[in-house]
Design a protein around this ligand. Structure first.
Ligand code: SF4
Ligand code: SF4
Length: 272
């Protein structure tokens, strides 16, 4: 019962390819935690069903009680409340993160803030090619992806592959926090390697075990990267550059059937 996160410093490193193949070949549920651009349902040609609306708190100003003091606007860490002297505060919904600072503050003043709600995303589930998946998706116009990510993590049962967003932002950090083990996928290009080490540094701070997958092994700076991984004692697996993977993608065929990927996942299995 291990939760394996598949991450990568940079978008397009092959993270989702590895995550989907792992889920298929290890028969684990797949969690698509790339809440700003979930796409495993497309890859798996699967219908998805909504499981839940993700909702967060937003303040509702009761104008019968509000004394227009402006304290809530001054305290709001996101500047989501617009206030001018002698006016009621106005909420900028796009900026509000639902932290409730305003709510608790006003309870000590006029108790003029009531609890409202807004939908910030959805949780979906589905199945394709025998892979069961769960997926979070935030509303495109909202900057509330972390709320969706956190909610998605509440559905974890303990035996899953989690496809994280790329990079080192909060929405990547959240699923990594919940993982037992992390697979870092890196493309041996200068940009790919730089972002990979940034991602590794973040995972190391969380104290998680890391296994590296060198995707497109053989291109660019493969030699330098491999040398560095060896010298630092990292376990790693190679996925040789193979046009067949691109072909499988473009023809919408199951990518885990490409032999270089199957072999890489078998090697990974030995480390798990
Ligand atoms: S803190 Fe309360 S009373 Fe003061 S402006 Fe905000 S809502 Fe109105
Ligand atoms: S809930 Fe937090 S972010 Fe939203 S308006 Fe209130 S203080 Fe600002």
């Amino acid at each position: 019962m291990v939760k394996i996160a598949v991450t990568g410093g940079k978008g397009g490193s092959g993270k989702t390819t590895i995550a989907v193949s792992l889920a298929k070949l290890l028969n684990k549920r797949l969690i698509d935690a790339d809440v700003v651009g979930p796409n495993v349902h497309v890859l798996l040609k699967a219908e998805r069903r909504k499981v839940e609306d993700v909702r967060i708190f937003i303040p509702r100003i009761n104008v019968d009680r509000c004394s227009k003091c402006g304290a809530c606007a001054s305290a709001c860490p996101e500047n989501a409340l617009l206030w001018r002297p002698l006016h009621y505060p106005v909420l900028l919904r796009e900026l509000c993160t639902g932290c409730k600072t305003c709510y608790y503050l006003c309870r000590k003043i006029d108790n003029a803030i009531e609890e409202g709600e807004m939908s910030v995303g959805k949780i979906f589930e589905g199945e394709g090619y025998g892979i069961r998946f769960l997926q979070g998706e935030n509303e495109p116009w909202m900057k509330k992806a972390s709320a969706v990510s956190l909610r998605l993590m509440k559905f974890l049962k303990g035996d899953e592959v989690i496809d994280t967003p790329p990079g080192t932002s909060i929405i990547t950090f959240i699923p990594l926090l919940y993982a037992d083990l992390v697979i870092e996928v890196v493309e041996p290009t200068p940009h790919g390697i730089r972002d990979f080490w940034e991602s590794v540094n973040m995972v190391k701070k969380l104290g998680k075990e890391i296994i590296v997958v060198i995707n497109k092994y053989g291109i660019g700076l493969t030699g330098e990267l491999e040398k560095e991984l060896k010298s630092k004692g990292y376990k790693y697996v190679k996925v040789p550059y193979d046009q067949e993977i691109l072909k499988a993608y473009s023809e919408m065929r199951p990518i885990w059937e490409v032999s270089v990927l199957r072999e890489a996942i078998e090697k990974l299995r030995e480390y798990l």
